[in-house]
Design a protein around this ligand. Structure first.
Ligand SMILES: Cc1cc2nc3c(=O)[nH]c(=O)nc-3n(C[C@H](O)[C@H](O)[C@H](O)COP(=O)(O)OP(=O)(O)OC[C@H]3O[C@@H](n4cnc5c(N)ncnc54)[C@H](O)[C@@H]3O)c2cc1C
Length: 385
């Protein structure tokens, strides 16, 4: 039984739930050979081959219109898919950002030509996107981005630097938040989003090694990169509004609750064995599940608001802040439980999975917006600031 089976507080419509068994069966076969400590990377893991297979199944862009190669299904269908990817630990990082936010952003703000060019390839698992928001000295303070796209006769000339760009070295495209007019003192004005083809001359991508030895995020440098006029996505100067709406997609999904779920499932498997079962471990399992269930219900309800075209920015911040707190509590509590036992009783694979998740967990409350920033947004939403 998967952990998710016990989280039935929120009702996802039966026609969407119906997909779950098929996805689970497919993944169990497709990633049968991946050990838990690799599966623990989940949406941080990368396999373009798996993305292609999922694209062939119609499981990328499942909520996007059929006219652009999408599945035309509801957000709840996507929720089921995403939960299964996370619960199985499927390495879905290659298409994750394109599916979660780039293609929906292009659908909402893009021109007809942009929709026709990018979305079908996203849905096939052939076009991968990364997010170019953060810059050195402008991480949380996005309004002060300095990367600049200056209009010229051929379109725009791009200069500047992005940092912490997940999977830029594997992606064909970045949607970058850049300044197209005014100065960085103008804050929210003069910002725009542009689509950057990362193969263009003048683009340099340099991976950065993280604490666990993985190199998934990158520095990206732009040196007089010539972009076409069709690089602009949405309206010039509307980048701030577009980016804050986009962040609601990034902050509310199940990936903000389930980053430690492969570890939790592995540990639960051990706790179900005679030598693994202790009273304190059973209490810990209950503690995790009683936090996970209402958080999942909140996350599902934010998804529903997103599909109604609303921008539940504060609610999404709330889900992410509470979700990452739980995601970080899980490896810490499991470490405490396992280190109190006889070392030879604990399966090595479980310890390797714990090691990876422990090393990755500080980033859970950084990526997608730091804890302090989210708490500030929640306070403002409550009228406290
Ligand atoms: C694994 C991972 C993947 C990432 N992927 C991407 C990506 O694909 N694309 C992308 O654009 N970015 C990405 N990021 C960047 C991430 O979103 C930034 O790290 C984040 O926005 C913070 O920016 P910073 O690191 O420059 O820290 P800073 O903004 O310098 O913050 C440092 C500390 O100061 C606090 N702080 C800053 N300003 C305030 C304030 N006004 N009030 C209170 N406290 C404040 C912060 O909360 C934080 O604790 C990723 C980060 C990680 C860890």
């Amino acid at each position: 039984m998967s952990t998710l089976d016990s989280l039935a507080l929120t009702r996802i419509p039966a026609e969407d739930e119906a997909l779950r068994a098929e996805v689970r069966a497919f993944l169990q076969e497709a990633i049968a050979d991946l050990p838990a400590h690799i599966r623990a990377r989940s949406w941080g893991g990368y396999s373009s081959a798996l993305s292609r297979r999922l694209g062939d199944k119609g499981w990328i862009g499942i909520t996007l219109p059929r006219a652009y190669g999408g599945g035309g299904r509801s957000a709840f269908t996507r929720y089921v898919l995403v939960e299964e990817y996370l619960a199985c630990g499927a390495p879905v990082g290659s298409h994750w950002i394109a599916d979660r936010q780039s293609a929906p952003l292009i659908l909402k703000y893009g021109t007809e030509a942009q929709k026709q060019f990018y979305i079908p390839r996203v849905c096939k698992g052939e076009a991968f996107f990364c997010i170019g928001m953060s810059e050195p000295n402008a991480g949380s303070d996005l309004a002060s981005v300095k990367t600049r796209a200056v209009p010229n006769a051929q379109g725009f000339v791009l200069n500047g630097q992005k940092i912490w760009t997940t999977n830029a070295h594997h992606c064909q495209y970045m949607i970058a938040l850049v300044r197209t007019s005014g100065t960085s003192e103008d804050r929210h004005q003069g910002l725009s989003q542009v689509i950057v083809d990362l193969s263009l001359p003048g683009v340099t991508v340099r991976p950065i090694e993280d604490l666990s030895g993985d190199s998934h995020f990158c520095e990206v440098f732009f040196d007089n990169v010539q972009l076409g006029p069709d690089a602009l996505i949405g309206a010039e100067g509307q980048g701030w509004e577009q980016v804050t709406a986009e962040l609601a997609f990034e902050r509310s999904g199940p990936e903000r609750l389930f980053s430690s779920i492969v570890l939790f499932d592995q540990w639960l498997g051990y706790v179900r064995t005679p030598q693994g079962r202790t009273d304190s471990a059973v209490r810990l399992a209950g503690k995790v599940l009683t936090q996970l269930a209402p958080l999942r219900a909140m996350s599902v309800s934010v998804q529903e608001k997103l599909t109604q075209g609303a921008s539940p920015i504060v609610e999404a911040a709330l889900v992410k802040e509470l979700g990452t707190t739980l995601e970080q509590m899980i490896p810490a509590a499991i470490a405490e439980d396992l280190f109190a036992r006889e070392a030879e009783d604990v399966p090595v694979e479980l310890l390797m999975t714990l090691k990876y998740v422990t090393e990755a967990s500080p980033s859970f409350s950084l990526r997608g917006g730091t804890r302090d920033i989210l708490r500030g947004m929640i306070a403002r939403g409550l009228g406290l600031r």
